[in-house]
Design a protein around this ligand. Structure first.
Ligand code: CA
Length: 256
C-alpha cells in the first residue's frame, strides 16, 4: 500500500526540479549513502532516487548486513528501514551507536506510530520518515542530515592553483571556475584527498561509484579523460598522471 503511493508519485524518474529551481541545492554533498531495506522494489526505488541526487548508494538487504556495511564503510548517511529480517532497524541503529559509528541515520517507519518514532530516536536515529513518503522528501531529509553533520564537513581542498570546495561544490583553477558533473567532481575530490598517491581503478570505483556497480573499470579511464579535458588541458597542465599498470595519480604541486 505504502509502496504504491510512492510509485504513483514517482513512476517516472524523479524530475530534476530541485536542481533547476534552486542553485543552493547544488551545494549538497555528493556522498556515499547506505540504504538498508529488505523489500527489493522499495530498495531499488530508494537507490535510484538517491542516485539521481548524485549520491553513490549501497543497499543492504537485512539488518545484519546493514550493520556490517555501516561499520566497514564511511557513509555520509544511512537510510534504515525499521522492519528488517534478522535484526530490526532499532537494533541496527543502537548497535551502530554502541560501536561508535555516528553517521546520520534516517529511519523509515511503517506508520505514523508515536512508539516507533520514540523508539527510533531512543536508539540514536537522527530523523525519521513515515511511509508512504515521496522521494523528494527523502532527498531533502538526507540533504539536511548531511549538512547538519559537521564532522563530515570538509574544508577547501587545494593543490597548487587547483581548488575544490566540497561544501559549495565549486572548483577553481587559476581563478577560473570549472563546471564539473557530479561524478567528475567526486573523482577530483578523491584525487585531491590523496594527492601524490597512486589510486587503482578498483579503489576509484569503490570510492566514487558503489558496490553494486557492475560495469567495467573502463568507466574510470573515461572519467579521467573527461576530468583532464576540464582541469588540465585548457590550462596546459598534465597533473592527473597515468601510472602504467597501476592506476592514476594527481601530481602534488610544489609548495610555493
Ligand atoms: Ca522492510
Amino acid at each position: 500500500m505504502s509502496r504504491s503511493h510512492l510509485e504513483a508519485n514517482h513512476a517516472p524518474p524523479i524530475p530534476h526540479v530541485l536542481i533547476v529551481f534552486s542553485s543552493s541545492v547544488r551545494s549538497v554533498d555528493t556522498v556515499r549513502v547506505l540504504v538498508v531495506e529488505d523489500e527489493v522494489k522499495m530498495a531499488s526505488l530508494l537507490k535510484r532516487g538517491l542516485e539521481e541526487e548524485g549520491h553513490a548508494v549501497d543497499v543492504a538487504k537485512d539488518g545484519v548486513e546493514g550493520l556490517w556495511m555501516a561499520q566497514e564503510n564511511p557513509y555520509a548517511a544511512v537510510v534504515l528501514d525499521v522492519m528488517l529480517p534478522r535484526l530490526d532497524g532499532f537494533e541496527v541503529c543502537r548497535k551502530l551507536r554502541e560501536a561508535g559509528i555516528w553517521a546520520p541515520v534516517l529511519m523509515l517507519t511503517a506508520r505514523d506510530a508515536v512508539g516507533d518514532r520514540v523508539a527510533g530516536l531512543d536508539a540514536g536515529a537522527d530523523d525519521y520518515l513515515v511511509k508512504p513518503f515521496s522521494l523528494l522528501e527523502l532527498a531533502a531529509r538526507i540533504r539536511a542530515l548531511v549538512r547538519r553533520d559537521d564532522r563530515a564537513r570538509p574544508t577547501v581542498l587545494a593543490n597548487g592553483d587547483l581548488r575544490l570546495d566540497p561544501a559549495t561544490k565549486q572548483v577553481f583553477r587559476d581563478g577560473h571556475e570549472i563546471a564539473l558533473s557530479p561524478k567528475e567532481f567526486s573523482l577530483l575530490e578523491l584525487f585531491l584527498r590523496h594527492q601524490g598517491t597512486v589510486l587503482t581503478r578498483t579503489q576509484i570505483i569503490d570510492a566514487v561509484w558503489d558496490f553494486a556497480y557492475d560495469g567495467t573499470s573502463n568507466v574510470v579511464d573515461q572519467y579521467v579523460t573527461y576530468l583532464r579535458r576540464k582541469i588540465d588541458k585548457p590550462f596546459g597542465r598534465h597533473d592527473i598522471e597515468t601510472v602504467r599498470g597501476m592506476g592514476y595519480r594527481l601530481r602534488q604541486a610544489e609548495q610555493a
